[in-house]
Design a protein around this ligand. Structure first.
Ligand code: DC
Length: 227
């Protein structure tokens, strides 16, 4: 492999995105948020008022063009040339992404795009199946997790800061349901790869996790900073 790759997998709310972004900035690697790609596919069905059924997914997949692009160092997500970076973050888009992600044809299309991206640059790729399916030969694999309560508290804080009224119990319940769906689906369920290093971030700050991963890169002797 010409380029280096770091795979970060883990459940919803484990802080993968924050950690992956911070690491990518430190190492000058390309940050790839694979969840954003599933969200964009899900959004297509919302925008076209189409129910997410196997038949509809199969019939429409060829009309769905998802692209990740960097604009001023910000990751932007495009659905058929439209910037949907904000729209994919709604609860509705989140639910739709979870529904489309169970279909083989969707996974095949997105996984093949993700594998191509890793052939063209040093990447930090974040998702559910990166270490197990997308990049089985990644130079470093991290499985990032945190207790359900800790993840619920983090999300609660985020929502409160946004001025939203939420309950910690409801968030905890939602996280448990998402964990169940992600780990029990038939296709590429969320699973720690055998050679992935487990980091439980429940009692760690963001900086501590970032430094821990950086130290693992060095121990493995497998990373180079892009200058
Ligand atoms: O990480 P996220 O919440 O943005 O992901 C959105 C959905 O996409 C989530 O329900 C799981 C799915 N997903 C997946 O199946 N495989 C990935 N590599 C990334 C996300």
């Amino acid at each position: 492999m010409k380029y280096y790759s770091i795979a970060i997998d883990g459940p919803a709310g484990s802080g993968k995105g924050t950690i992956a972004k911070a690491l990518a900035a430190k190492l000058n690697y390309l940050y790839i948020d694979t969840g954003a790609m599933y969200r964009a596919v899900g959004l297509y069905f919302l925008k076209h008022n189409l129910e997410i059924t196997e038949e509809n997914v199969k019939n429409n997949l060829n009309n769905i063009n998802v692209k990740l692009k960097y604009v001023d160092k910000e990751l932007k997500v495009y659905l058929n040339s439209e910037d949907v970076s904000l729209e994919i973050r709604t609860e509705e888009a989140s639910r739709a992404s979870s529904k489309v992600s169970v279909f083989d044809c969707v996974r095949e299309k997105l996984v093949s795009m993700q594998q191509k991206m890793a052939l063209e640059a040093n990447v930090i790729m974040e998702g559910r199946d990166i270490g197990t399916v997308v990049l089985p030969n990644a130079n470093l694999k991290i499985f990032l997790t945190a207790s359900v309560l800790e993840r619920a508290k983090r999300r609660y804080k985020e929502q409160i800061e946004k001025g939203l009224e939420v309950s910690l119990d409801a968030i905890e319940k939602d996280i448990k349901e998402r964990d169940y769906r992600d780990t029990n689906r038939e296709n590429s369920p969320l699973k720690q790869a055998e050679d992935a290093i487990l980091i439980d971030s429940s009692e760690m700050t963001i900086d501590e996790v970032v430094n821990k991963v950086l130290s693992l890169c060095k121990v493995g002797g497998k990373y180079e900073k892009n200058e």
